[in-house]
Design a protein around this ligand. Structure first.
Ligand SMILES: Cc1cc2nc3c(=O)[nH]c(=O)nc-3n(C[C@H](O)[C@H](O)[C@H](O)COP(=O)(O)O)c2cc1C
Length: 251
């Protein structure tokens, strides 16, 4: 099993310590090959808002040579881990900058069957909000299930207590089992709604052959109710939402 870690910190202290505990717990459950990418080593320029990725394809991004190799690693991995310290109540700037470069993935979800884990550490606050923000981005990228480990350190340096270790191990092992079993979960109403909105929006792009239309068409998602098969009640709900948004768009 190959897991890609996108590390948003600048040092090997608290966030790294939690990451190591996660890695150890997962290794105990199954053999895992971890690859860590330290985003601050990428020296990625800021997104320049050229909109090329949205309208002309991600290969037209002026920073494609830096972003694409990491994106390919993400595609090829079995699961993703995003880890960041909290800075000013949010994720680190290097991680945010990387996410900004992948904003188009919200339009063209790339990870529909992937599981992901988010690690955040903070001195006092912001760890839960930051973890939830990253969880929502991963879901918008299509990830099927996202686990979170938000940790308040309440000191300069984290000492992992027995209780915290137990919690980290429990979540890490559930994450690991989920990847091995490859079970696909039913979407929440929120993400079923997002799928239906994107399906209605992208269905409008046929005439102009937009990048989003081509992507959704190639995957046959314009004819589906969700990325993977879902129950009849959810199918009915998804189809009703899609019809409603289609009606609004045609008005
Ligand atoms: C620039 C900067 C901003 C920070 N902002 C916050 C903050 O808003 N709230 C907070 O509780 N801790 C804040 N902290 C503390 C870190 O979130 C905390 O020490 C974290 O565990 C550091 O992780 P690391 O050891 O992996 O770098 C900040 C630290 C730095 C360096």
């Amino acid at each position: 099993m190959k897991i890609l870690v996108l590390f948003g910190g600048a040092r090997r202290v608290n966030t790294y310590n939690v990451l190591q505990t996660v890695k150890d717990a997962m290794q105990q459950a199954t053999p895992v090959e971890f690859k860590e990418i330290w985003l601050d080593n990428m020296e990625l320029p800021f997104c320049c808002s050229c909109y090329s990725c949205f309208f002309h394809g991600e290969d037209k991004c002026p920073h494609v040579n830096a972003v694409n190799p990491v994106f390919q690693e993400m595609i090829e991995s079995d699961a993703l881990i995003l880890a960041t310290p909290v800075y000013s109540m949010q994720l680190s700037a290097v991680l945010k900058n990387f996410l900004d470069h992948l904003s188009y993935v919200i339009h063209r979800p790339a990870f529909p069957s992937k599981k992901a884990l988010v690690i955040t550490t903070t001195a006092g606050g912001g760890h839960v909000g930051t973890a939830n923000y990253l969880k929502s981005i991963l879901h918008l990228w299509g990830c099927d299930r996202v686990y979170t480990i938000p940790v308040r350190v309440a000191a300069m340096e984290l000492i992992i207590s027995k209780k915290l270790k137990k919690k980290i191990c429990k979540i890490s092992q559930a994450f690991c089992e989920d990847i091995v079993q490859g079970r696909l979960y039913p979407p929440s109403l929120k993400y079923l709604l997002y799928f239906s909105i994107w399906k209605a929006l992208n269905g409008q792009g046929e005439k102009d052959q937009t990048s989003d239309y081509i992507y959704w068409q190639e995957r046959d998602w314009l004819a589906k109710d969700y990325f993977h098969p879902i129950s009849l009640p959810r199918r009915i709900m998804g189809r009703s939402m899609w019809k409603f948004f289609n009606y609004l768009l045609r008005m």
